[in-house]
Each structure stands twice: as C-alpha cells, then as structure tokens.
Design a protein around this ligand. Structure first.
Ligand code: HEC
Ligand code: HEC
Length: 218
C-alpha cells in the first residue's frame, strides 16, 4: 500500500513533469511555427523543411508531415487495431460486419474480394483496388501516436520485413496506398498527392529516419 508521503512525492513529480512539457514549446520552436501554413487537404513540399537547419529535427518534422497521410482514415481504416476494417471519417466499424480472418482477407464465404473489386464501384459505393485486404495486426495504426507509427514502420519485425528503401517504394508506388488519393464515391482523399507523399517519406529517410517525440502532433 503506498504511504501518504510516497503518494505526495509522486504528485510532485507529476506536477514537475507537466510543467516541463508546458514550458518546452517556448524554448524549442515547434515545426508548425516555422513551416509555411498548409491546408488540411494539402501536403507541404519536402523543400519547405529546409528552414529547419538541424538534420534530426528536420527528419522528425518530415515524419509528422507524413503522419498526416498515414493516420488519415483513408489509410488507417485498412490498418485497424482490431479484427474488422473501419470506414468513414470517424473510425466507424465496417458495415456490413466482416472479419479479418486468418490471412487478413476475410473468412471463407465472405472474403474481402467477394465485394471489393480491383477498382471502385461508384454506384454501389464499394471501394476497390487490386488485391484488397487488411494490413496485418502488427501494422495497425489506429489509436497510435505518430511516434509509435514511426517506430513500427522502421521495425522489420513489424513492417513486413521491409528495408527503409522498400518502405519508400511501397508508399510511393503501392496500389492500395494509391487508392487513398482516388477513393471514389465522394470520400475525402488523403492530403496532397501520392507523388508528394512519396517524396516526403524519401526525405525523411535521407535525413536519418528520426522519430518525433511521443507528444508531438502534426
Ligand atoms: C485496402 C486496404 C489498405 C489501404 C486502403 C491502405 N493499406 Fe497500407 N497496407 C495494406 C496491406 C494489406 C499491407 C501489407 C502489405 C505488404 O506488406 O506488402 C499494407 C502495408 C503498408 C505499409 C508497409 C508496412 C508497414 O509498416 O505498415 C505502408 C507503409 C502502408 N501500408 C501505407 C499505407 C498508406 C500511406 C495508405 C493510405 C494512403 C495505405 N497504406 C492504405 C492495406 C491497405
Ligand atoms: C459484403 C460485402 C463486403 C465485404 C465482404 C467486405 N467489404 Fe469492405 N466495404 C463494403 C462496402 C459496401 C463499403 C462501403 C461502405 C460505405 O462507404 O458506405 C466498404 C468499405 C470498406 C472500407 C472503407 C474505406 C474507407 O476509407 O471509407 C474498408 C477499409 C474496407 N471496406 C475493407 C474491407 C476489408 C479489408 C474486407 C475483408 C476483411 C472487406 N472490406 C470486406 C463491402 C464489403
């Protein structure tokens, strides 16, 4: 059982910690303070990050920009932390109810591709792209911070065994990724373009693939 003294000591530690995280933005400028403003449907060009002179800080800021795509519902709906895909813009469960199944492709009789074709079916509102299926659980992003997504993207045990060069390539050219900018049926696309997103991820890798601090948001 914690003694009252111990309890008070931890309260003081917590207060001190809260004070630090509040003070930090005054001493270290946040990327959003120095970068040009950006609309919610746009991505900054990699060159805009040149104003951040420290290479590691620039890398962290580039990842935060990339996380605006990675954590956008068009991507994260297919990278859920549970056994069903999500849909819409507010993490609604997939309707009709479907399950991930043993290989992330649905269950026998109700595979993803029984409904999802290799292209969007506009009238039926069914999105589609070649080989439509869920990202495996170790690649789940929903509910994670940009830092957590960054660390798992770099971890070959959790990224499908990819090198950083392959991660760049996947983001720049994969067809399921590309669907995020052509989602059909009035769905909001991911910000920017796949080309610019690929360039942001490449610039993040070139600057050392640093991860932003846990509390950092884009
Ligand atoms: C239809 C479902 C689907 C959509 C939509 C989707 N992904 Fe994925 N994603 C997958 C699958 C499946 C894999 C695993 C494939 C592999 O390893 O080759 C994956 C893997 C990845 C990976 C590599 C491994 C890792 O560490 O997670 C990245 C990066 C990625 N996706 C980015 C994106 C981005 C960015 C978007 C949105 C613009 C997106 N994905 C949208 C299904 C999807
Ligand atoms: C019975 C048909 C059916 C099956 C099976 C099915 N889906 Fe869907 N899915 C739909 C329909 C219809 C929508 C469109 C919902 C809407 O936007 O109104 C949809 C939407 C989605 C979306 C939302 C896209 C977005 O960002 O809005 C994702 C992700 C998705 N499905 C993934 C999957 C995966 C992965 C599987 C297999 C595990 C699967 N679906 C199985 C019919 C199905």
């Amino acid at each position: 059982m914690p003694s009252p003294l111990r309890t008070w000591a931890s309260v003081l530690v917590l207060l001190a910690a809260a004070g630090c995280s509040r003070r930090q933005p005054e001493s270290t400028a946040r990327p959003s303070d120095v970068l040009p403003p950006v609309g919610p449907s746009e991505l900054r060009a990699p060159e805009a990050f040149g104003v951040i002179t420290d290479r590691a800080d620039r890398s962290r800021a580039l990842f935060l920009e990339a996380s605006r795509v990675l954590l956008h519902p068009r991507c994260a709906n297919c990278h859920p932390s549970g056994d069903t895909p999500l849909q819409g813009t507010e993490w609604q469960a997939h309707y009709p109810p479907v399950l991930r199944g043993p290989e992330d492709r649905g269950v026998v009789g109700l595979e993803c591709t029984s409904c999802h074709q290799d292209r969007n079916l506009e009238l039926a509102r069914v999105p589609g792209a070649p080989n439509w299926h869920l990202a495996p659980l170790e690649m789940a992003w929903v509910g994670r911070t940009p830092r957590q997504v960054c660390e798992q993207l770099k971890d070959r045990k959790r990224n499908g065994g990819k090198t950083l060069a392959q991660i760049v390539e996947h983001n720049a050219h994969d067809e399921l990724v590309g669907w995020g900018w052509a989602p059909g049926s009035g769905r909001e696309p991911a910000p920017g373009t796949q080309e610019r997103f690929g360039a942001i991820v490449a610039a993040w890798v070139e600057t050392g693939a640093e991860c932003p601090p846990e509390e950092a948001k884009p």
